[in-house]
Design a protein around this ligand. Structure first.
Ligand code: BTN
Length: 249
């Protein structure tokens, strides 16, 4: 069930989240979002489920979530609206999630390039953005009310949930509305500010990292984000851009 009584009074956006498409169970909210786009859906619609059973992660991975405990949703965005912003959408979405969690619960979350949401050096959330023709689907998954035994054994070592830190149950609709407020607000920000916020939240600035891309691993020192939104690493004194792939710390 989706609790509109909690969600509606918190939501302060002009368009994101005004239409909520809630499903008890879905394969993937991103996948459902693409189906709904075929039906000419409103810009800013969110697709949310209580039970995502085949979530998609970045780089073809699977995203694990727990029934009634995880926050799994996708936002449908008209590409025209954020044309100049597309490369920054991934960074600003991560910033928005961290700011929302900080605002409500004061938890010290951070970001791992490009947009993994981290708590205590463990992952609590991820973002998958897909673009087709004039639409973007921005999918966000967060581990919210999982206990230790709810976290899939394949990711247990490297993942945690907000509840495991906060020790209390968290209201999904409150968290969701706050994230949507932050995302819409950041969509209006300039790229310099997005880079500044992202850098402040980055947990591996000027640290040695391993960059993985298509089975190639590069060791380097993470130097931040350039003005195009690309990551920069220094490898034996040479600066290299990182665009796709993942960072291991
Ligand atoms: C990652 O690999 O870090 C990105 C994970 C993104 C998961 C979310 S959950 C909601 C949306 N629906 C999906 O199938 N994936 C995204």
């Amino acid at each position: 069930m989706f609790n509109h009584q909690v969600f509606n009074p918190i939501l302060k956006t002009d368009f994101i989240g005004h239409n909520v498409q809630y499903f008890e169970t879905l394969d993937s909210t991103n996948k459902k979002a693409w189906e709904l786009i075929e039906t000419d859906i409103k810009n800013g619609t969110i697709v949310i489920t209580n039970n995502q059973i085949n979530g998609q992660g970045r780089r073809g991975t699977q995203w694990f979530s727990s029934k009634q405990k995880s926050l799994t949703f996708s936002i449908i965005l008209n590409n025209d609206y954020i044309k100049n912003y597309q490369s920054f959408l991934s960074l600003l979405s991560g910033v928005s999630c961290v700011k929302a969690i900080e605002k409500i619960y004061g938890m010290p979350c951070g970001l791992k390039w490009p947009n993994d949401i981290m708590l205590n050096n463990k992952k609590i959330g991820g973002i998958l953005i897909e673009a087709r023709q004039k639409y973007l689907v921005l999918g966000i998954g967060l581990n919210v009310n999982e206990n230790n035994h709810d976290i899939n054994s394949q990711i247990k070592e490297k993942s945690t949930s907000l509840k495991l830190y906060y020790k209390k149950n968290i209201e999904i609709e409150l968290l969701l509305a706050t994230i949507l407020n932050e995302i819409e607000c950041h969509l209006k920000a300039n790229t310099k500010d997005i880079i500044k916020w992202w850098t402040n939240y980055c947990i591996h600035m000027n640290k040695e990292i391993n960059f993985h891309n298509n089975k190639i691993i590069i060791k380097g020192n993470f130097k931040g984000i350039n003005q195009n939104g690309e990551g920069i690493i220094s490898v034996m004194g040479e600066r290299k851009k990182i665009i796709t792939g993942a960072v291991n710390i």
